[in-house]
Design a protein around this ligand. Sequence first.
Ligand code: COA
Length: 357
Amino acid sequence: MVQTLNAHGLLNATDSATSSSLVGSSPGETGAGGLRGSESYEHRTTELGTRRDRVRGISVTTPTLLANRCNELLTQGFQFFVVASQPNLDRFDLRPFGMPVTPLPFLAPDRHSWSTDVFLRLFNSMNAQAFGPRGLELPNWVLVDNVLLSSGLFIAACDPQRLDMIAEALPLTPEERGVLARLVGEASATGYAGPIPVAAYCAAPTADRDRWVGWSLTSVVPRSGLAFVTKGLALRTYGAATLVGVTQYDNLALRIHTKFGPARIEAARVGLHTAPNTLVYATDVCRWLDGRADRGPGATPTWLVSAADAERHAEMQQMLDARTHTLMILPPGIIIQDDECVVPVLVTDYADPKIHP
Ligand SMILES: CC(C)(COP(=O)(O)OP(=O)(O)OC[C@H]1O[C@@H](n2cnc3c(N)ncnc32)[C@H](O)[C@@H]1OP(=O)(O)O)[C@@H](O)C(=O)NCCC(=O)NCCS
């Protein structure tokens, strides 16, 4: 008996004969590369079988699931904002999936009893706490020039009193509670009594207006679904058809990214990036919106790729450069075993994304 992942990334128990046929489609059989025996999927999933309860399977979600989760978060007291220059706000859908999103026009006089500037500074403190360990803080000039004026920043926030109650009720670690306490402390030190940013996301359009590039997915109320909902609402607000994102092979955010469907790898390594083990992926948002992503490519991963496996990353990059194969990260995006994160990747014959979106 071995464990395999089904199309939704959930662990299945199958007999080894069936499993072999499911996992045997190595790139070698389709024209290039080949599985390295000791790292074959079957081998790794047998290991995973002993740790089944530690592996969280996450299926591709639907807009309805997202709206339901969003309603729960609204009931708990979270609110969603988009901060941008007015011309950008004019082009955004401020009722994504029918959910309320409050526009905050950057550079306009404050519309609330609290300051938008302080709200943004608190966002950046939160962002620095989340991204600091990877060296990815956001300088304020980048926030102004490349976020607020170029696109719009999506923020989930919560009133301080409510946040205290929520933090009390959630199973957070002392470190996670400390992050929230520091944000509330920073707000009160400036006399600010408005909502405290606790999650955020931003994407900006490219030369192709349907194709957006996203970054800075953050949440400091972990495991609450806030990051997933914030990203989903933002994509709808922008009207993005394709989302290009940058992440790392060991970033838990892959759990969220693949909730919107398999992530097609566009670059398997990005040496120039500040963070090591970086990759570029693309999500077909339209497919997710109309329910086609839920079917995904319907396959078991060919490889479980480790963040440390530079050799595999280089091999994948060669396959992309040669256009011989398409590489898809399947849900749940990341599987954690012991201290190692592995990414389930499906390798298929090359398909032009423009012809086969
Ligand atoms: C990555 C990050 C945004 C996730 O935030 P989050 O609030 O936990 O996200 P969500 O609540 O939407 O959770 C998404 C999924 O990941 C799972 N998850 C989150 N943390 C986990 C952990 N430590 N172990 C296992 N699963 C975890 C959640 O359970 C959830 O799965 P589920 O919906 O099936 O239960 C957050 O950890 C973060 O801000 N990290 C630092 C900044 C960063 O690197 N961002 C990514 C840039 S690409």
